[in-house]
Design a protein around this ligand. Structure first.
Ligand SMILES: Nc1ncnc2c1ncn2[C@@H]1O[C@H](COP(=O)(O)OP(=O)(O)O)[C@@H](O)[C@H]1O
Ligand SMILES: [Mg+2]
Length: 336
């Protein structure tokens, strides 16, 4: 018995040397139960490595366990689980999280391993040449298009690939398409009122105007969208830019946590474009905004982090000055 101990010590010490750092660093070693409920279990001896001789004693005692437990497959599973947990933790703090997203149309890769993370309260500008996949990315986020593969999460752990457009809209993702779609034959304020209406019928929304809270919200939205003076006019009489603002107002009425806006300033006058940048900056104080836009002076006005897409992937990301100075970006986008 004593002899067996002596002969075993050398190889065990070597094995110990291999496994000990792992055991010391990671509390997960005792988490053999699949749920990982043992997480809080004190890491026993490794936590206090002060006195050398007792530790050497203690180190010998549990040796037999690590020698048998880390089967290569178990180790692999554990590493996979830890990686998944780590990405889950990183994801949990995000509002919008896309990773490794792919989408092909008839063999053409419109979205190619796309990864994008938007923080809560962040406004992000998305630029990129025509056909880069900007609109398709929004289609994927809003459930209009289902990706072939990849992760799309909202608010950390809501898997958007499992929900349809209506469900996603009701979760708090509002989307503004390129063309304004307002009710032309209604007044500006009724357009907002109808969007606030929610489950109530249109008639109720139009004829029961007694709710003060609702009136306050309409006033606030009209103010934000620079339409207070125009509230009694028919939407049909607004300029193109004002119709875009009205539609943004109609989205605000639904109080989205994330607002996606596709090319809002296309066709606007310079003055309207500048006002739109101010307007979106105001909106972004209380919610996240993702803006797709070609107009570089507008993107500059936004003053936010920029992501440049190309062929369905992120080509460059960072402050506009950095992105626009990137030779890859100049080649595919600015210098075209
Ligand atoms: N429904 C679809 N069917 C086929 N091809 C599509 C479809 N939607 C987008 N595409 C293609 O995917 C590419 C990306 O388009 P899109 O996302 O609209 O680009 P962007 O908005 O950046 O200009 C384009 O080549 C486009 O033709
Ligand atoms: Mg587009």
């Amino acid at each position: 018995m004593a002899e067996a101990d002596v002969t075993n010590r050398k190889p065990q010490d070597e094995v110990q040397a291999l496994f000990e750092p792992q055991g010391v660093r990671e509390e997960q070693t005792p988490r053999t139960d699949a749920e990982g409920h043992g997480e809080r279990r004190p890491a026993a001896a490794p936590a206090s490595p002060e006195s050398a001789p007792p530790q050497a004693e203690a180190a010998l005692a549990p040796i037999e366990e690590p020698v048998v437990s880390p089967h290569p497959y178990a180790t692999k599973l554990r590493e996979q689980r830890l990686a998944k947990e780590a990405s889950g933790h990183a994801r949990r703090d995000t509002l919008l999280y896309l990773d490794g997203v792919n989408k092909s149309f008839d063999g053409f890769k419109a979205i190619n391993k796309l990864s994008l993370v938007v923080a809560r309260g962040e406004m992000r500008a998305i630029i990129g040449p025509n056909g880069a996949g900007k609109t398709t990315m929004m289609d994927i986020i809003t459930g209009k298009t289902r990706p072939d593969s990849g992760e799309v999460f909202f608010n950390g752990d809501v898997d958007l690939t499992h929900h349809d457009e209506a469900a996603i809209a009701s979760m708090g993702i509002g989307r503004k398409f390129q063309k304004p779609t307002v009710f032309e034959s209604h007044t500006v304020e009724d357009n907002i009122r109808l969007s606030l209406a929610g489950p109530r019928s249109v008639l109720e929304a139009l004829f029961h105007r007694k709710d003060q809270a609702e009136r306050d919200r309409i006033d606030a939205i009209l103010e934000t969208t620079r339409l207070t003076e125009k509230r009694k006019l028919l939407a049909a009489s607004l300029s193109h830019g004002q119709k875009q603002w009205l539609e943004i107002g109609m989205l605000l009425a639904q109080d989205p946590e994330l607002l996606l806006v596709d090319e809002p300033v296309a066709g606007m006058t310079d003055a309207e474009t500048e006002e739109t940048a101010r307007l979106l900056r105001e909106i972004a104080r209380t919610r996240s905004v993702v803006v797709v836009e070609h107009d570089m002076s507008f993107v500059r006005e936004l003053g936010v982090k920029v992501t440049c897409l190309h062929e369905g992937s992120v080509l460059a990301e960072g402050p506009l000055d950095q992105v626009s100075a990137d030779p890859k970006v100049i080649e595919v986008y600015l210098g075209r």
